[in-house]
Every structure is written in structure tokens, then in C-alpha cells.
Design a protein around this ligand. Structure first.
Ligand SMILES: Nc1ncnc2c1ncn2[C@@H]1O[C@H](COP(=O)(O)OP(=O)(O)OP(=O)(O)O)[C@@H](O)[C@H]1O
Ligand SMILES: [Mg+2]
Length: 248
């Protein structure tokens, strides 16, 4: 079953009133199958974050449609979404625990009790020891992990992670990958954007490939890389189609 169906969305931005609008999303269509890990890949500026913002209704497409669940209203559907933004905002004067409480309260969830759930997610992201430290004293890796904890606090069924591994050292990446591998054992659906194709290859059985505002592939990862040994090689070959050939 598909939990989201995106059909032909287009989006333009007008950076200033005297400038012409630029079309950032030209034609993006894909489905999100339930219970799968889906990698959203494409170069810088391809439109990945814009697509995610459209899914979350932070912004609205100029054309095209996004269907949630079995024609569910977005207000209902969004209760089941967890989200880690590309550039999360961390209130530095809060402790890890207070930060989680803020997001728990914002979610309005009535499941479980906060202390119990916070202990669970802190354990998952290996931050139990730092729960009473202020976020200003967290390292980049710790902040990224508390960001993931925040995205999980209200028991989401659908998790959207915009570059969860960016800026982390190899150990930090491994830790986040391990967290995601643990999540894989549950029935959660994860959409994650990343430039780290090795990680996408390891974690995501499904792929959405966006290039210059168009979706060129939506399907299984093994199918995308079937003629290549790695996702990097397959992606390099895909990108090759768009490179200017100066020899002609
Ligand atoms: N609010 C906005 N106003 C004007 N232009 C925007 C706005 N948001 C995004 N853009 C432009 O849209 C294009 C796509 O941006 P987007 O952030 O979706 O790319 P991305 O695929 O997420 O890239 P990255 O890999 O660098 O995160 C970029 O050229 C960006 O400058
Ligand atoms: Mg982005």
C-alpha cells in the first residue's frame, strides 16, 4: 500500500518581486510505499528539500496533487509524521530532556507518558547520559541525534529525514545508521534525503531520483543499479546523461 502519492507537482519561487520566478520543481511524481525505507537523491539544488516541504504542507505546489493515505485529510495524516529538517533549530538553553518535552507538547500526542517515551528514544539515540546537559554543550553529532530523537518522540509511522548524516564524522554516521537499522525492524516508513549514496544503498530498498526539478526514477534500489555493482556507479552513469559533451 502507498501512503503518499505525488502526481506531477510543480513549484516556482520568485526570489524578489522584480525578478522572474524560477521553476524549481518541474514535474515530480512518486509514491511512498508503506513500511519501506526510501532514499531521496539528487544533486544540490535538485529540489529534494522543496519536495519535502511540499509533502509537509510548509509550502504548496503550483500544480499537481499530493494524496495522503487512503485520501486522508492532511490534518489527520500529519499526526503520524516525524520530521528532521535539513537545518534543525535547537534552542541552546534547553537541556536534551527539555527539548524533547517541547516537541512532545507540540505534537499533542496522548499516547504513553512523556518520561517513559523520552527514556526510550534517548536510549535509542545513545543520549541517556546527556539528557540533563544543555544543547549548547552538545557536539554536532549529539545535536543530530537529539534531532532524530525529537522526530521519533510522538510515535510516527512515517519519518522524513532531510540529510540526517550531513556533517558527521564516520563514527557519528555509523551511529545514526545503526539507529536507522534498529528502526528498520519496526514497521515505520522512512523517507530520507542524502548525498551519501553508500548509506542510501545500505539502508534504502526504494529510491526517488530527482534532477533539475524532475523525478527520473521511482522504484527499487536494486533495479536502479542492476547493471552496476554500486549505487554510486549507477548514479554516476545516470548523471552522465546530463553532462555537456565538449567534444562535439
Ligand atoms: N524559498 C525559496 N525562495 C527562492 N528559491 C528557493 C527557495 N527554496 C528553494 N529555492 C531554490 O530552489 C532550488 C532547490 O532547492 P532545494 O533546497 O529544494 O534543493 P535540494 O535538492 O534540497 O539541495 P541540497 O542537496 O543542497 O539540499 C535551489 O536552487 C534553491 O535555491
Ligand atoms: Mg536540501
Amino acid at each position: 500500500m502507498d501512503i503518499v502519492k505525488v502526481s506531477g507537482i510543480q513549484k516556482s519561487f520568485q526570489p524578489d518581486f522584480y525578478k522572474k520566478p524560477t521553476q524549481v520543481l518541474k514535474n515530480v511524481s512518486f509514491v511512498i510505499p508503506q513500511g519501506k525505507f526510501i532514499g531521496l537523491i539528487g544533486p544540490n539544488g535538485a529540489g529534494k528539500t522543496t519536495t519535502i516541504k511540499c509533502l509537509l504542507q510548509f509550502i504548496f505546489p503550483d500544480k499537481g496533487t499530493i494524496q495522503f493515505g487512503d485520501n486522508q485529510s492532511f490534518i489527520e495524516f500529519k499526526k503520524h509524521i516525524g520530521y528532521l529538517p535539513e537545518r534543525p533549530f535547537f534552542q541552546e538553553f534547553l537541556t536534551g530532556m527539555e527539548f524533547l518535552k517541547l516537541h512532545w507538547d507540540l505534537s499533542g500526542t496522548k499516547k504513553d507518558n512523556f518520561e517513559h517515551r523520552a527514556a526510550e528514544v534517548l536510549e535509542l539515540v545513545k543520549l541517556t547520559h546527556a539528557k540533563d546537559k544543555k544543547l549548547k554543550d552538545y557536539s554536532k553529532g549529539m545535536l543530530q541525534r537529539i534531532g532524530i530523537a525529537q522526530s521519533l518522540i510522538a510515535f510516527p509511522d512515517f519519518l522524513i529525514l532531510d540529510e540526517p548524516m550531513s556533517g558527521l564524522d564516520p563514527d557519528g554516521r555509523i551511529l545514526i545508521k545503526d539507529i536507522l537499522k534498529d528502526l528498520k525492524k519496526t514497521h515505520i516508513t522512512v523517507l530520507m534525503s542524502s548525498h551519501l549514496l553508500e548509506d542510501i544503498d545500505e539502508l534504502c530498498e526504494e529510491l526517488i531520483v530527482i534532477h533539475q526539478g524532475e523525478c527520473f526514477y521511482n522504484g527499487s534500489t536494486p533495479e536502479f543499479k542492476k547493471n552496476y555493482s554500486t549505487l554510486q556507479e549507477a548514479y554516476k552513469a545516470f548523471k552522465g546523461q546530463f553532462e555537456v559533451n565538449y567534444n562535439v
